[in-house]
Design a protein around this ligand. Structure first.
Ligand SMILES: Nc1nc2c(ncn2[C@@H]2O[C@H](COP(=O)(O)OP(=O)(O)OP(=O)(O)O)[C@@H](O)[C@H]2O)c(=O)[nH]1
Length: 346
């Protein structure tokens, strides 16, 4: 029986960082990772490094809506490829959900699907919670509350950042899910055995209301009635995702101004930004940027481009921010910086 762990947690709460760290540990060799990304273009799968024995597959779309078919098909396909020797003989699977996913249908599919029965079993659910944005996210997004409620282990991230309020958050998490131990990860660093030792997922062994709630989810409306089944990039409540692609390099100063302006003016509605960028001053080393609401993390510089595609790509998940506004802002700032540079030249 191959254990399948689910890694959930709101947008930008540190799931991929945790996973990247775990995949470098020898105890975590032979892992197949399924990353689900919400949006037109995914980047995480290009950025997660694995050992030779582990690998990452990508699934796009809205995991919570298309789960019944897609995740089960993906896992079934992985089993076939493993049997045929087409992929390394993985011994565990980790499914990283999109930050916007309601995890209940995912867990249900893993617990009940006949296609997987006998070969794979749900092993445990880990949810990351960002110590800076976590409380606000719990207030505003029902999915985030569900992610915390179903977890076997909770992992607090970003406790090192100014603005982190881990004590208050811990109390809140304990009220939502008293059974789940709360661990802490420092830039993804955590002891793996503390994380996935939760054993077989057993809703009956948890607080009874969680089991009842999960059962209720099983009877929830079929995907078509979710209201966004035909456009997986819209998730209701004004939430939209889009990707800006740019052929020309971006000047470092223009990028800094752009991110600063976005965070300052629309931080609360900027649910997630990530990007790989061709910076004019650094043609061979792309910058990877991450933003989560008003917090932008310092850019990470890659040693090289992860694939042939050297265009800048910026993925946004926003609430009520028109794409055109963001595009024009970037163009205008880039233009302004170009003119200023031109004027400064003798
Ligand atoms: N300072 C600090 N930054 C962190 C920590 N953990 C993660 N980050 C940063 O937070 C940003 C988002 O982390 P990710 O791991 O991409 O978050 P995610 O949950 O996978 O994001 P989505 O896939 O968009 O939902 C990155 O810039 C990370 O480097 C931490 O403990 N401290």
């Amino acid at each position: 029986m191959i254990p399948v762990s689910v890694l959930t947690g709101f947008l930008g709460s540190g799931k991929t960082t945790l996973l990247s760290h775990l995949l470098r540990r020898p105890e975590f060799a032979r892992t197949a990772v399924v990353i689900n990304e919400f949006g037109e273009v995914g980047l995480d799968h290009e950025l997660v490094e694995t050992s030779d024995e582990s690998f990452v597959t990508l699934q796009t779309g809205c995991l919570c809506c298309t789960i019944r078919g897609d995740l089960v098909r993906t896992l079934d396909d992985l089993l076939r490829r493993r049997d045929a020797g087409a992929v390394p003989p993985f011994e565990r699977v980790v499914v990283e959900t999109t930050g916007l996913a309601d995890p209940a249908p995912i867990l249900h599919a893993l617990m009940t699907d006949a296609a997987l029965a006998g070969r794979m079993a749900l092993a445990g659910v880990v949810a990351t919670v960002d110590a800076v944005n976590g409380a606000g996210t719990l207030d505003r997004h029902a999915e985030s509350v569900k992610q915390v409620a179903v977890a076997d282990r909770l992992v607090l991230t970003k406790t090192d950042l100014p603005g982190a309020a881990p004590a208050a958050l811990r109390a809140r998490l304990a009220a939502l899910n008293p059974a789940a131990p709360v661990l802490q990860a420092d830039h993804g660093r955590i002891e793996p055995e503390q994380l996935f030792d939760a054993g077989l997922y057993d809703p009956a062994g948890k607080a009874p209301d969680v089991a009842r709630w999960l059962a209720a989810e099983a009877h929830a409306a079929p995907p078509r009635r979710h209201g966004h089944a035909h456009d997986p990039n819209r998730h209701g409540a004004g939430i939209a995702t889009f990707c800006l692609v740019r052929e020309r390099p971006i000047r470092a100063v223009a990028l800094a101004l752009f991110l600063e302006t976005l965070a300052e003016h629309r931080g609360a509605d900027l649910l997630r930004v990530k990007g790989i960028l061709d910076i004019a001053e650094s043609p061979d080393r792309p910058a990877v940027i991450h933003g989560v609401q008003h917090v932008f993390h310092p850019p990470a510089w890659l040693d090289r481009w992860p694939s042939e595609d050297r265009r800048s790509r910026l993925v946004f998940i926003t609430r009520d921010i028109p794409r055109a506004w963001i595009e024009q802002l970037l163009e205008a700032l880039d233009e302004e910086v170009a003119q200023a540079e031109g004027a400064a030249r003798p």
